[in-house]
Design a binder for this molecule. Structure first.
Ligand code: GLU
Length: 472
């Protein structure tokens, strides 16, 4: 178990589908909080719902966590594997008089509710077994274990984000903790697991705020110290409605597949619902230094894909080339594209200085860097081919000859090409189209000089010659 003072946070996703960006953000907040304070960040897979939990969904969570760079301490815990322990705690509560055996059948509970509805009373179930003496219990009949929740007064959750949130106890029923088939309910499992795992801070979506009141009752009944609660507002779409597919991608790996670098996604998600003054763009180190529960807002954050794009652009421009190459390698593998050869890898890394400045995603880098990845013959696309007429091919041929012995630096290349253009009464700009077509087969590329410097003399001359000699 964790040391008393050490901070322990966790993410506890249910493996029932993709890894939602809301889950990713919650994981990130928990990770930042623990990592900056020398604490532990744990992962628990809430797989008790056997019908809905799949191994693929568990894998999707692990993949999402790894992609985002959120390392967790120790092994991922399976909630299902801990069912015997959950049952043990339910029985302990029974022994301590904080819970009771409820022999009511589903039909009886339904009948109670119907009668309450008809009489206009609250339909919260009041079990007749709450105070029934043991000797009135039917022999061998199945029973659920219910919490003997306080009937009067209030349960107050002191929440680090929401403030004090008060629940009237007469509006909370004696919840079932262990069903009559011996399976624990979610509410019990979460509390037992969080306690056993030494979780000190429960940072999660505010859709769990109502659960916190019920969970707090279990902590209090067991005499366990409650964690710090921090319920964060959910992520909404740009229209202020609950985030859904129609707003765009909701799975974190969809963003990976779009080519958002993980560092940018971390920055963007950190800022989604949390703020530090006006800071929008920051490094992991800054996020770690700044992140605190006090900076979490009370209003739902809105997803803003334009902003994500600009955050991605900033990170790409900042990132060192080795890190970017690693991102690109991961992106190609993730999207099922062929890996780069060593030569392509080296050339792209060499070109990175002129690719990363205005790129907003990894595929944009690959697109701009296409000239470095392509092999001869460079086949011009339609727009580029339009620049290669007989006149421009003639000029390319001349330039090829002039570049033969030019020293291969930016100044010399600029002078040589500018003079070459002037010899035909042209500005250099007029030659850029044919040169781009020859060097990249495209009409939109990095600067001609950058391309020439990256691919080098031999390859430049070969591409120019090829284009000059191509018919039509
Ligand atoms: N398993 C819950 C979910 O995926 C989270 C429970 C919790 O964080 O306490 O929403």
């Amino acid at each position: 178990m964790a040391q008393p003072q050490q901070i322990v946070t966790r993410i506890a996703p249910s493996p029932t589908g993709i890894m939602h960006i809301g889950t990713a953000r919650t994981a990130l907040f928990n990770w930042l909080y623990a990592r900056a304070r020398g604490g532990q960040f744990l992962l628990r897979i809430e797989d008790t719902d056997r019908a809905r939990s799949t191994p693929e969904a568990t894998q999707a969570i692990l993949d999402g966590m790894r992609w985002l760079g959120l390392d967790w301490d120790g092994e991922a815990v399976s909630q299902f594997a801990r069912v015997p322990r959950h049952a043990e705690v339910a029985h302990e509560m029974l022994a301590r008089g904080h819970a009771y055996k409820c022999f009511a059948t589903q039909d009886e509970i339904e009948a109670f509710r119907e009668a309450a509805r008809a009489a206009g009373r609250s339909t919260l179930y009041h079990s007749p077994w709450r105070d029934a003496p043991d000797d009135t219990h039917p022999d061998g009949a199945p029973y659920a274990i219910r919490l003997k929740a306080p009937r009067d007064g209030e349960t107050v959750i002191n929440d680090a984000v929401q403030g004090n949130v008060t629940f009237r106890n007469d509006q909370l029923d004696d919840m079932v903790m262990l069903r009559s088939d011996g399976t624990p309910t979610y509410m019990l499992a979460v509390v037992v697991d969080d306690f056993d795992m030494g979780v000190t801070h429960v940072i999660r979506g505010d859709d769990h705020l109502n659960n916190a009141a019920r969970q707090a009752q279990i902590y209090r009944a067991m005499g366990w110290v409650e964690p710090v609660w921090a319920h964060i507002p959910l992520i909404h779409g740009p229209d202020g409605k609950k985030l859904s597919k129609r707003h765009g991608a909701t799975g974190v790996m969809e963003y990976a597949e779009m080519g958002v670098p993980a560092a940018a996604m971390r920055n963007y998600l950190t800022r989604l619902g949390w703020s530090h003054g006006d800071d929008e763009l920051f490094s992991d180190a800054q996020a770690l230094a700044w992140f605190d529960l006090g900076g979490i807002g009370r209003a739902p954050a809105r997803l803003d894909l334009k902003k994500l794009e600009s955050v991605a652009g900033w990170h790409i421009a900042q990132m060192d080339d080795t890190a970017l190459m690693a991102e690109i390698t991961g992106f190609l593998a993730l999207t099922g594209q062929p890996a780069l050869s060593q030569a392509q890898h080296d050339l792209l890394a060499h070109a990175m200085y002129c690719l990363k400045d205005r790129a907003k995603s990894l595929p944009e880098i690959l697109e701009k860097g296409q000239f470095a990845l392509a092999a001869r013959p460079i086949l011009p696309d339609a727009a580029a081919a339009a620049h290669l007429d007989a006149v421009s091919r003639g000029i390319l041929r001349e330039l090829t000859a002039q570049l033969q012995n030019a020293s291969w630096d930016r100044d010399t290349l600029e002078t040589t090409l500018t003079q070459g253009a002037e010899a035909h009464g042209l500005k250099f700009g007029k030659l850029a189209g044919p040169l781009r077509a020859a060097l990249a087969g495209r009409s939109v590329t990095p600067s001609v000089f950058d391309m020439m410097l990256v691919i080098g003399r031999e390859e430049t001359l070969a591409r120019l010659t090829e284009a000059a000699n191509r018919d039509g």
